[in-house]
Design a protein around this ligand. Sequence first.
Ligand SMILES: Nc1ncnc2c1ncn2[C@@H]1O[C@H](COP(=O)(O)OP(=O)(O)OP(=O)(O)O)[C@@H](O)[C@H]1O
Length: 384
Amino acid sequence: MIRFEHVTKRYADGTIAVDDLSFEVAEGELVTLVGPSGCGKTTTMKMVNRLIEPTGGRIFLDGEDISTVDPVQLRRRIGYVIQQVGLFPHKTVLENTATVPHLLGVKKSVAQQRAAELLDLVGLDPKTYGSRYPEQLSGGQRQRVGVARALAADPPVLLMDEPFGAVDPVVRERLQNEFLRLQSQVRKTVLFVTHDIEEAVRLGDRIAVYGQGAIEQFDAPAAVLGAPATDYVADFVGADRGLKRLSVTPIEESDLDQPPVVHLDDPLPADIARWAVVLDGDDNLHGWISGEQARLGKGTVREHARRMEAWLPVGASLKQAFATMLQHDAGWIAVIDREERGRFLGVLTPARLHEALRRSIDADAQAVPRTEVKVESVASVGPR
Ligand SMILES: Nc1ncnc2c1ncn2[C@@H]1O[C@H](COP(=O)(O)OP(=O)(O)OP(=O)(O)O)[C@@H](O)[C@H]1O
């Protein structure tokens, strides 16, 4: 979808911002460009919508050499979101969002209808916020309007330059989550610039780690964290990359233990050692019961079962699992399938969480599929 072929940018003063860059972003893929200040990320991005012209090489959009496309036409196919959102202060949120379709000749009522849908999509109720002016919004809300506006003309490509850089970490994480949800619906081809490796790992299908004007590694987040290609990348992702891996390693069914299980209408069992998981008649998670309660109580499981707060769907990250354990002070968490009231699949214990993490690190280091690595094969290595 976007292809860089030996692209170089040398500024008039001789600065080489980007040096012989080649990479490709597939349709519907989100690629994060990450690296320290001044490494050429913004220059890379601005060459895609021709705000900056390369001095060498070629860039293709959908197979078309962009140097042959009129820049104005080109930019209609590309949404652009920047840190200082650049909303028009004298226009309402709805008018701001409808700007591009309006400019493209879409009838005002149609453009505004579409703008309202987009505001809804980015989590802003158009009835509440549509008639406000930008200064009446929080920083996070303004960023959301920026994203809605960039999507308004339904461009296949989105360029995002540190879009969440100006908000505090809590809002930032919320915006990232919302953006991931949005992207799973709209599936745009996205180039996303950030200097924050956590953000790059979280959002990117793949990450391009920049050194000085060149890409040092272009790979999936787990591979960048698990098997940094160079010392520079290892340094950049940080010594705590094992921790960062928690957020990119999903809980898999094979990570789960199978504890004793009882059902709500069972008579109280006498043979539970410590605790058992309680399921309802459809094998959905209800809660848990301790061995002591089961032995001392009377009646059925239903009267003694406790609700289970610490649970996650399979596929959630190990980081979420860890956070959930801490939040609920739980020694284990229940894992269910992905549906709303999901079927119980098993429990994740701290020991199994640790094994999952080690397995994923080892698989990436050896570049073999994770499922083929036996935990026993890494257990002997000891802590790294
Ligand atoms: N117009 C210009 N003229 C000369 N040099 C420039 C110009 N614009 C950028 N540069 C230089 O090119 C290099 C890359 O800049 P660029 O803005 O692409 O970096 P960046 O990775 O986006 O940095 P940041 O994260 O700080 O925004 C830097 O050394 C910068 O000083």
